[in-house]
Ligand binder design. Structure first.
Ligand code: HEM
Length: 412
């Protein structure tokens, strides 16, 4: 099925930016790619084409518009099928999508996000105090010890997941399993198909029994009780929020740390700005989002008619993905300075698409930005001598996520 593909997208490419990014851009505005399992899709490779696919209603999120799926050509044991067939706001369009999105959008409105600041600072301080106990000169994993638990605790508090017990950790393990593109179909069926929904259903039952209110899970349950959402939609939305709410933010924090530690002059400039009473962190976070998009491929839109993209045609019924790392290092979109360089003062940084574009644009963007800013400011305050250790950071094997399994550092 993949005889027409120009290139294969591997879960863990040896060189995401160099080899894969350059090959995608060299293929023209629209590349034909094969995913693991031989399923073929289109990938758009320019910033403008990315915004078109994400924002134009001729590209649908509804799987019924995928020709190959409708014709029965997608193997039933294709591991990504569970994700793209999932019920929830990421697989719907129009009115249905707006209905599903509303409770989440309300829960993480900019006003509510600002109110979370003290809680996020307290979580950061607690984690940094634990890191301070690590013996000097000992290598430690910043992903495990800081970048991951911070957003995990924030999203779990928003969802009203109890602090005590192992449920928060379990939700992280299920998310990581769901994003692992090397998993075989049985593993995906077991995690995404069974354990994830069962764990969330049992969370809902516990919370109902305790009479919990005023958190995002119970907002969704209220919508279920009023007949506005189905049970499958509530679970689908919770899955997207749990995964989206922490995996990507953890990656953002790690990428920003790596950007600063591999560009010492940028870190020095940030310190000088802080001394002068300025706040350098928002620009650093924005550039980290561009330089190393925390999402790797924004997954499928299906063309509902033939669409011309810069002279290349995407045919009705084709599945399209948006490979953000390739797009965000495109020299045409980000010409100066060189897009390979981490440069928070670049003029056009806000053109990145790291939070998507159009109706599905990430509703968690302001929360993620706030978490990353607090995390970075506090981390570099407490550990001014932070350095990467000689053990390289290892990336997660995932078509959806661009992040690290570990980020080994020396704290002082
Ligand atoms: C750096 C952190 C984050 C990045 C890079 C990110 C990225 C994205 C992207 C690219 C999309 C669009 C997907 C598409 O168009 O198919 C998206 C959607 C979404 N994100 Fe985020 N996200 C982040 C943080 C968060 C947080 C903190 C939350 C929740 C608190 C969240 C919840 C969601 C949800 C619910 C959607 C689906 C929106 C819809 O379909 O209407 N994300 N995110």
């Amino acid at each position: 099925m993949d005889s027409t593909a120009q290139l294969h997208l591997e879960p863990a490419p040896a060189d995401l930016h160099g080899t894969e990014g350059a090959a995608l851009r060299a293929a023209g505005p629209v590349a034909t790619v094969a995913l693991p399992g031989g399923v073929v899709a289109k990938a758009v490779t320019t910033r403008e084409a990315g915004a078109l696919v994400l924002g134009d209603p001729r590209f649908s999120k509804d799987i019924r518009n995928w020709g190959a799926h409708a014709r029965g050509e997608i193997p039933a044991d294709w591991p990504l099928l569970f994700i793209v067939e999932g019920k929830g706001l990421l697989t719907t369009d129009g009115e249905t999508h707006r209905r599903l999105r509303l409770p989440i959008q309300r829960a993480i409105s900019p006003r509510r996000v600002q109110a979370l600041r003290p809680r996020i600072e307290a979580i950061a301080d607690r984690l940094l105090a634990d890191l301070a106990a690590v013996p000097a000169e000992e290598e430690t994993d910043l992903h495990k010890g800081f970048a991951l638990p911070l957003p995990l605790d924030v999203i779990c508090s928003l969802l009203g997941v109890p602090e005590e017990g192992t449920l928060r950790q379990e939700l992280h393990e299920l998310s990581a399993a769901a994003m692992n593109s090397e998993a075989d179909v049985e593993e995906v069926q077991n995690t995404v198909g069974r354990r994830f929904p069962a764990t969330l259903m049992s969370l809902i039952e516990q919370k109902r029994a305790r009479g919990d209110r005023d958190d995002l899970t119970m907002d969704l349950v209220a919508a279920l009780d009023e007949g506005e959402l189905t049970e499958a939609e509530v679970i689908g939305n919770l899955v997207v929020t749990v995964i989206g709410g922490h995996e990507t933010t953890a990656n953002l924090i790690c990428h920003a740390v790596k950007g600063l530690l591999t560009h010492p002059e940028t870190l020095e400039a940030a310190r000088a700005q802080e001394k002068a009473g300025e706040n350098p962190w928002p620009a650093i976070v924005e550039e980290a989002l561009r330089w190393e998009s925390p999402s790797r491929n924004v997954m499928f839109r299906y063309a509902t008619e033939d669409v011309d993209v810069d002279g290349a045609v995407i045919r009705e019924g084709e599945a399209v993905l948006v490979p953000l790392p390739a797009i965000q290092r495109c020299p045409h979109a980000f010409p100066d300075p060189d897009p390979e360089v981490f440069a928070p003062d670049r003029p056009d940084v806000s053109r990145h698409l790291a939070f998507g574009f159009g109706p599905h644009r990430c509703p968690g963007a302001s929360l993620a930005r706030l978490e990353a800013e607090i995390a970075l400011r506090r981390l570099f305050e407490d550990f001014p001598e932070l350095a990467l250790s000689s053990t390289p950071a290892s990336r997660v094997p995932s078509l959806g996520i661009n992040g690290y399994q570990q980020l080994p550092v020396l704290l002082r």
